[in-house]
Write a protein that binds this ligand. Structure first.
Ligand code: ADP
Ligand code: MG
Length: 376
């Protein structure tokens, strides 16, 4: 059974529509530093307005503690939205009410009061069983907005019938953060590429010394099991490391940066894949027909350790494969390199994209499928 989409809402002329959006934009000193999330909701908003609907939008912003907190007021979002879509009303931060995260039925009633239909376009929040995500579809005809629809259309087929070879690139900080998705994707992918902080637990599982690199002792057995499974796993054969006394993000602190093999001496911290590994990974990506990338290859926030992540981003841009980027930091990295327009899809949800890839479903999607207007 598929999720109802905007066309499944019926006639909306003069009807009131509650839109759950993800306007959780980055703020600095009360100013929006990137309004992408607001602009990303515009196709859905425009469509609803064209149908004659009266749109009330709602979102969470940051993590207020279930009570009003001026620091997390949606006022800056309201001001930007008034420029982009002046017809839309925006409710105050959903998380000012403890009923949002608690999925309190009374809060759901408050949200849907006076509304005729509900649209969820908040992919990045759809892995949470919060009131505004799972509540309204129990009472109102409901649909996925365009953004949510596209995320599902791109991500779900990766689990089922990806064009092969299907290569999954995993990086970021920890194995334990992504174990679920690694397990799930190792069953469908033709090969896994492992970089980032998590590669050191894999290297340790192969018997390498990892110096002062990020290591999760309790995951070594898991990495051994994965290395012995049927899927091909590419792990780094060389590493860019920072020597004793060095500090991440602060070149002036000193510390030598050196290219090393797969084993690191005591006191050295592996912070990026090496150039040989970057070239090997590039070859695999260029041969692929589908590529999913989640997690940077190194500490790309520090220019000394961005080369591996940049190489992978460039390979995604160059390959003829269908390319998908998931994860907040990976999306930030590909944007930083100016290559975000060169890939097929950059997911707007970090946790949500991982959970959808792992489980094939999200609470927000399940709720939409249960709505009265959903079809088989
Ligand atoms: P995403 O948001 O794309 O899912 P993660 O949140 O899992 O990615 O990981 C991103 C973080 O991992 C980045 O802040 C990066 O600095 C860090 N990281 C990458 N490689 C290493 C490494 N070798 N050691 C420590 N941290 C790393
Ligand atoms: Mg992250």
């Amino acid at each position: 059974m598929s999720v109802p989409v905007l066309e499944d809402l019926g006639d909306l002329d003069g009807r009131r529509v509650l839109l759950r959006a993800d306007f959780n934009v980055p703020l600095k000193g009360g100013e929006i530093t990137d309004d992408l999330r607001i602009r990303a909701a515009l196709p859905t908003i425009q469509w609803l307005l064209e149908q004659g609907a009266i749109v009330t939008a709602c979102s969470h912003l940051g993590r207020p503690k279930g009570e009003p907190d001026p620091k997390y007021s949606v006022e800056p979002v309201r001001a930007r939205l008034a420029e982009l879509a002046p017809e839309v009303t925006l409710l105050e931060n959903l998380r000012f009410d403890p009923g949002e995260t608690a999925n309190d039925p009374a809060f759901v009633q408050k949200l849907i009061e006076g509304q005729d239909a509900y649209v969820n376009d908040a992919f990045g929040a759809s892995h949470r069983a919060h009131a505004s995500i799972v509540g309204p579809p129990r009472f109102l005809p409901s649909a996925a907005g365009r953004l949510l629809e596209r995320e599902v259309d791109v991500l779900l087929p990766l689990r089922a019938d990806p064009a092969r070879p299907f290569v999954v690139i995993l990086g970021g900080a920890k194995v334990s953060d992504k174990l679920g998705v690694i397990d799930a994707l190792s069953k469908v992918a033709d090969s896994l590429i492992i970089g980032g902080g998590m590669c050191f637990t894999f290297l340790a599982a192969q018997g390498h010394s990892v110096g002062s690199s990020l290591l999760e002792e309790d995951q070594i057995e898991t990495c051994k099991r994965l290395l012995e499974s049927d899927v091909t796993i590419h792990i780094p054969s060389d590493i860019t490391a920072l020597g004793p006394g060095g500090k991440i993000g602060d070149p002036s602190a000193g510390g030598e940066v050196r290219q090393m093999g797969a084993s690191l001496p005591d006191g050295w911290m592996g912070l990026d894949i090496g150039p040989g590994t970057a070239a090997e990974f590039t070859d695999v990506i260029l041969e692929a027909r589908t590529v999913l990338w989640n997690g940077p290859m190194g500490v790309f926030e520090d220019p000394r350790f961005e080369a591996g992540t940049r190489a992978v981003a460039q390979a995604l841009a160059d390959t003829r494969a269908f390319t998908v980027v998931g994860g907040g930091d990976s999306a930030a990295a590909i944007k930083q390199f100016g290559l975000d327009d060169e890939v097929d899809h950059v997911s707007t949800g970090g946790g949500a994209s991982l959970e959808l890839l792992e489980l094939g479903d999200l609470p927000g999607l399940e709720a939409l499928r249960g709505a009265s207007n959903a079809h088989d």
